[in-house]
Design a protein. Structure first.
Length: 395
């Protein structure tokens, strides 16, 4: 295999910017008004502001949300921080109990850990072995002083889909705000904010063919759903996120949202076919197990572990495949997946996990290359594994 021929199967981490979107962003930067400050009152500023508001409407259409309820950010990490810190601090006078899951993205987990150091009380809920949250577990965890629940829609490592409609309903019955990290689902699954009743929702453009560095936070326009800002110094985004708008990136985010909405019906079955093709090609390998609920898992992600195989060695052996061992934000730590450990996987199985993720541009040929390379790598590493010694056997 030509090692210079990369096969990209890491769409859960980031997607390539659509060529039409990239061209529109470049035109924006070179136009006589695209570089202007949208907060300025001169003609160039007003034209620039129109681009921002058009993008806001496009993202709103993707979510069936009112555009004015969206605040542009630099991505899901900032959106998660703004939602969690902002809501918890604003409602602290009503109570300081918060709830989240042990399998959330680090940009959520570390917010709650920081709030614990501020004096908040956090309940950490574990998933079942399939990665799902039992709604009854959430219901039982809510107290009179609970103010915020944060549970992601699609897990970034396993692809497990949570029942966010049920979660939102439980929270609303108890007058608790519900924040949803939708970084992996926005632009990939249908999302109807109005029907779901979500209070706070985070998304980022680089997960659905938009630019890196552009995201949004939905904040429901209802009593009790207000935020303390993290930044100060301007009136932009209704003072929730002040600062000069990155117009070309926001334009790219809006176009990506519009394109995603038009492609939802085609992209989802395409990814489902690719995932099943890959699974059928590797499922008979010795020691292989699939991580996550097989039915309630996003079609664009397949996470597998292989008993007796070292994850780091497997990653190297898989090159030139571009896959992941877990979250991209946690990839440099070298630790086994905390998500899989919370689901009950052993440390060894969690450490050997590989996440394949597919997108609009993934082909059957890409999957066939992945099958061939993964089978070779697992079998090759299995042959290199030293035989168990008598001492190890007795132990």
């Amino acid at each position: 295999m030509n090692r210079r021929h990369l096969v990209y199967l890491d769409y859960a981490a980031t997607t390539p910017v659509d060529s039409e979107i990239a061209a529109a962003m470049a035109d924006c930067l070179q136009s006589p008004y695209g570089f202007a400050n949208p907060s300025s009152n001169h003609v160039a500023g007003r034209q620039s502001a129109e681009l921002v508001e058009r993008a806001r409407a496009q993202v709103g259409a993707l979510l069936n949300a009112e555009p004015r309820d969206l605040a542009f950010t630099s991505g899901a990490t900032e959106s998660n921080n703004l939602a969690i810190f902002g809501a918890a601090r604003h409602r602290a006078h009503r109570g300081k109990h918060l709830i989240t899951m042990t399998t959330e993205h680090k940009s959520v987990i570390e917010c709650f850990e920081a709030l614990q150091r501020e004096g908040f009380d956090v309940t950490w809920l574990d998933p079942d072995k399939s990665g799902k949250l039992d709604p009854q577990l959430l219901e039982a965890a809510i107290r009179d002083d609970t103010q915020l629940v944060s549970v992601m829609h699609i897990n970034n490592e396993t692809g497990v889909i949570q029942d966010i409609a049920s979660i939102a309903a439980i929270c609303h019955r108890r007058d608790v705000l519900y924040h949803c990290d939708a970084a992996q689902s926005a632009g990939k699954l249908p999302l109807d904010i109005a029907a779901l009743g979500i209070d706070l929702l985070s998304l980022t453009g680089h997960k659905f063919y938009g630019p890196q560095g552009a995201g949004a936070l939905f904040v429901a326009d209802r009593p009790g759903c207000q935020l303390e800002p993290l930044l100060f110094g301007g009136s932009q985004e209704r003072r929730r996120r002040p600062g000069t708008h990155a117009v070309h990136q926001i334009l790219g985010l809006g176009l990506a949202a519009e394109l995603a909405l038009s492609r939802l019906a085609a992209d989802l079955p395409h990814c489902r076919r690719l995932r099943e093709r890959l699974w059928l090609g590797i499922r008979d390998l010795p020691g292989l197990c699939r991580n996550g609920d097989e039915k309630e898992t996003f079609a664009g992600i397949l996470n597998v572990s292989t008993a007796g195989v070292d994850g780091e060695s497997l990653m190297l052996a898989l090159e030139p495949l571009c896959v992941a061992r877990g979250s991209a934000c946690n990839a440099q730590s070298g630790e086994s997946s905390f998500v899989l450990r919370a689901m009950g996987r052993s440390d060894a199985l969690a450490q050997s996990a590989i996440r394949f993720s597919f997108g609009r541009e993934t082909t059957n040929d890409d999957i066939d290359v992945a099958i061939e390379r993964f089978r070779w790598a697992v079998n090759h590493l299995g042959k290199l594994r030293p035989p168990e010694t008598a001492t190890a056997t007795r132990a």
